[in-house]
Design a protein around this ligand. Structure first.
Ligand code: AHR
Length: 670
């Protein structure tokens, strides 16, 4: 009867294959045999592949204000007044910074006190100026002088943060600043949290008797109102001059209550991904525009006023408040291993790389060894003692060191060997990651990056099927479907899902992955497509975020052999599928991408597995519009939805929605 029915149907020209499949399977339901039904077959008895528990991590780079004005909870813009500082041996060519090698960057500030404005109300008269007389210290040579001729109603300075300060009613904000005066001058200073116009005040505090030599002052203010676009005002009441430096305003509430910590909502969004590791600090910024502009981690530890900021090659100033210690702390607080990328003696490959002369390479090797000692060394080692002094006597969870970012060529290969040997000699437990495959050097793991169109990602579903199993393990350190997908739409997410299923299937060789870039500030974007949008008060994870979240939170321990429409080209059906088993629960986790515009009734057949219970949970990320995107104005335009699915079993049917990523958690235990 079934055979009779089949011969009268057009089943995409694959009748023979389907027939063979049906003969070898328990009978499918009628629904499974309707026209256009796809089939997905899981074979639990076939050889399985172990999945690395570290397959899903994150990559943090200071780009799009990911840290400065973003995850790093500092609210003041240009707190150190160093924004106009250039990397050594770079110079201005009009509005462009030019390195010696000829690389050019746009100016990242509008005036020399970018972020700061004079506030003069009533008949107040005065001026602010960037100065370098009597600096706070050699690492912070500039400060701001406020000279008041007439105090009027109110006079001082205001700072609106990075596209608006966000105050929340009832929450506390901690202000710290350095100030000095000359001669006998002393001021009572008022700090006010207020609206952008200054008309609304959300709380103030007075700091009395400010003056004399450089000294740090602190006060705390509880906000009496909420405003996503507020500002900080520092005002005085009498004429005279006062110098300010390192003016910092922090929300008391930070992620895991760390001082100098992370913005709670953004860090929680990262925690939502359950990242197994964090790669940091870059990316291109590891190399920098030139070698002086590389990440110099020693400028980024210790007290804030002793840190030296950097012009960031993505077009803004970074204070280095989010430094090596804070990155390592973030890894620990996220329950993730740390993957630190060091400079290999070359500036960024795509920015006319400056190459350290061979005799200087050992300095760069030592810089890396010192950083590793900071993370891992005993508290009585030179750098381990610094870590302890900075509040963390125990080692941090550093497990991986990558030598450079996207560096290639002979110089890189020669330098890599020196780094590898020096690091392995002292820290054999570390996995060293290389930017390229080298014939005649030891490579534990190689970092491969992939950006491109949806088509290229769907096609890459099979990219690693034939990867060399005898070569180094593969880490996809950066991937992102970023062309022709708006600012990151559902189609991009589905293409990435198909690609990631390919990584899972090959996770005997592809052992780690991380999307790039992670964050973007909705008011200042440097990279076309990114994972998590935000502004001063809002967060908007893109659909790509949800794909990763679904995968990372449902990562099986073993991959099961999974075939789409056996005998049928899966691409022609627009389906990509993979099943796996989670050891602790015994759950079978089934994931399917339907990239087509039509709903797809699909017959699932699972064999060689324990009995599947009828009740399962299905989670779907789907929309009829593949162009749909989450934005800070509409953060929930597309989010995954979970529900109970009561018809599971060894054979069952399920209709996959158009443009969907579906995840089924099938139970094998009660
Ligand atoms: O992720 C953005 C940039 O892309 C990274 O800085 C770099 O490694 C890559 O080219």
């Amino acid at each position: 009867m079934i055979i009779h029915w089949i011969v009268h149907k057009r089943i995409c020209g694959h009748l023979a294959a389907l027939l063979a499949f049906l003969v070898s399977q328990p009978p499918l339901s009628f629904a499974a045999l309707a026209e256009g039904v796809s089939t997905i077959v899981v074979d639990g008895a076939a050889p399985r592949v172990n999945i690395n528990p570290r397959l899903y991590g994150i990559f943090f780079e200071e780009i799009n204000h990911a840290g400065e004005g973003g995850l790093y909870a500092e609210m003041v813009l240009n707190r150190d007044f160093e924004m106009t500082t250039l990397p050594q041996s770079a110079h201005w060519a009009g509005n462009l910074l030019r390195t010696e090698a000829g690389w050019q960057e746009r100016k990242w500030f509008g005036n020399e006190l970018w972020g700061w404005k004079l506030l003069a109300e009533g008949r107040a008269r005065g001026a602010i100026k960037l100065v370098s007389d009597s600096p706070l210290n050699e690492r912070n040579p500039h400060s701001m002088r406020l000279a008041v001729r007439a105090a009027g109603k109110r006079i001082g300075v205001v700072n609106g943060g990075c596209f608006g300060m966000h105050f929340q009613k009832g929450k506390w904000y901690d202000l710290a600043f350095f100030a000095r005066t000359e001669g006998e001058a002393r001021f009572d200073l008022t700090a006010t949290l207020e609206s952008a116009s200054g008309r609304e005040s959300y709380g103030r505090a007075m700091v009395k008797d400010v003056g004399g030599a450089w000294k740090q002052y602190r006060c705390t203010i509880q906000a009496t109102g909420s405003d996503a676009n507020g500002r900080l005002a520092l005002t005085i009441k009498s004429p005279g001059s006062i110098w300010f430096d390192m003016v910092s305003l922090f929300p008391r509430e930070t992620f895991r209550s760390r001082p100098n910590g992370l913005r709670e909502d953004l860090a929680q969004t990262l925690a939502g991904l359950k990242p197994a590791f964090v790669r940091f600090p870059g990316g291109a910024i590891v190399g920098g525009m030139n070698l002086d502009n590389r990440i110099q981690w020693k400028n980024s530890i210790g007290s804030l006023e002793e840190r030296r900021g950097t012009a960031n090659l993505w077009g803004y100033w970074t204070s280095n408040g989010l430094g090596l210690h804070e990155y390592l702390q973030m890894c620990e607080d996220l329950g993730a291993d740390a993957l630190w990328v060091c400079n290999p003696g070359l500036s960024d490959n795509y920015r006319k790389a400056e190459i350290a002369p061979p005799e200087r390479v050992k300095e760069f090797v030592q810089e890396a060894l010192d950083a590793i000692e900071y993370a891992l060394g005993p508290a009585n080692s030179t750098w381990g003692a610094q870590r302890a002094a900075n509040g963390h006597p125990a080692p941090f969870p550093l497990k991986f060191v990558e030598i450079g970012n996207e560096a290639v060529g002979k110089v890189y290969a020669d330098n890599y060997r020196q780094f590898y040997e020096a690091i392995k000699a002292r820290y054999p437990q570390l996995t060293i990651i290389c930017n390229q495959r080298l014939q005649d050097a030891l490579v534990d793991m190689v970092d491969e990056h992939k950006y491109g169109s949806p088509e290229s990602f769907f096609n890459a579903h099979h990219l690693y099927d034939h990867a060399d199993r005898n070569g180094p393990k593969i880490y996809v350190g950066e991937y992102g479907c970023n062309s022709g997908v708006g600012e990151g739409n559902l189609l991009a997410a589905l293409a990435e899902a198909a690609y990631l299923l390919g990584l899972e299937r090959n996770s005997d060789v592809v052992v780690m992955s991380s999307y790039a870039p992670l964050f973007f500030h909705a008011n200042d974007i440097q990279w076309p497509v990114n994972l998590i949008g935000f502004d001063s008060s809002r967060v908007a994870p893109r659909s790509s975020y949800y794909v990763q979240q679904m995968l990372a939170r449902n990562r099986p321990d073993e991959v099961l052999q999974t075939e789409v429409g056996p005998g049928v080209d899966p691409k022609s059906q627009g389906l990509f599928a993979l099943a796996g088993i989670e050891a602790t629960s015994g759950d079978v986790i089934l994931k399917v991408v339907n990239r087509s515009a039509t709903a797809c009734p699909t017959a699932f057949s699972l064999k060689g597995l324990a009995q599947i219970q009828p009740k399962a949970v299905v989670t779907t990320l789907a929309s009829d519009d593949p162009m749909v995107e989450n934005t800070v104005d509409e953060p929930d335009a597309i989010v995954p939805v979970s529900s109970e699915f009561a018809q599971a079993g060894a054979n069952f049917t399920c209709t996959l929605r158009p443009y969907s990523f579906t995840l089924l958690r099938l139970k094998t235990r009660d």
